[in-house]
Write a protein that binds this ligand. Structure first.
Ligand SMILES: Cc1cc2nc3c(=O)[nH]c(=O)nc-3n(C[C@H](O)[C@H](O)[C@H](O)COP(=O)(O)O)c2cc1C
Length: 180
């Protein structure tokens, strides 16, 4: 085996798919791109990493809510561009021609062009680690969408597209929930 710089070890473990996170700070809607997000067990809880260097961070702290919008591979370029500019000086819904849809339980909007959206409330913020714990309050999926492939950030500017789905349900020991 060839040694890998420990600072780059994270690129060996790809995280959850790249997602968009919308917020509403009381004045305007905003969107940011997030690759550091993971599910917490089978609970409707999610762990997201961001900090005060982003405009969205302040909206998250102020409103204590957000929407996790999941883009499919066809939105990959737009998603990266959304993560390369700031809501402090850009209306990202307008610039990237995305449609804000009213959510049911939070003020932050759903994104119509995404394959799924999860409305969330912040339950905890761990400042030391820039970690937000989110609890899902409502989840939506666009059941009509055929292309449901998401994409994953390696962390070096490259991305991995979802591939073939493999079904190992029969050999799983624990009871697992049905997929959507
Ligand atoms: C592919 C990709 C993944 C990103 N993942 C994260 C992340 O997990 N956490 C984070 O704080 N910023 C992440 N960013 C950077 C933010 O999306 C970026 O700073 C964004 O412009 C913030 O927008 P805002 O200032 O409007 O909140 C990512 C950017 C890209 C392009």
């Amino acid at each position: 085996m060839k040694k890998v710089a420990i600072e780059k070890a994270f690129t060996l473990i790809e995280p959850s798919p790249v997602v968009l996170v919308t917020t509403y700070d009381g004045k305007k809607n905003n969107i940011m791109t997030i690759s550091w997000i993971t599910v917490k067990e089978f609970t409707p809880e999610f762990i997201l990493v961001t900090g005060p260097w982003n405009y969205s961070f302040h909206a998250l702290v102020k409103s204590q809510e957000c929407v996790i919008a999941i883009p499919s591979i066809d939105l990959s370029e737009k998603t990266v561009k959304i993560g390369a500019c700031s809501g402090s000086d850009t209306d990202k819904f307008e610039k990237f021609e995305l449609t804000a849809v009213k959510a049911e339980s939070v003020e932050a909007p759903l994104i119509k062009e995404c394959i799924a959206n999860i409305e969330c409330r912040v339950t905890e913020y761990i400042r030391k680690h820039n970690i937000f714990i989110l609890r899902g309050t409502n989840a939506w999926t666009d059941a009509k969408r055929k292309n449901r492939k998401t994409f994953h950030a390696v962390g070096d500017g490259t991305f991995i597209a979802d591939g073939r789905k493999i079904n190992h349900r029969k050999i799983m020991i624990s009871k697992i929930p049905e997929g959507v």
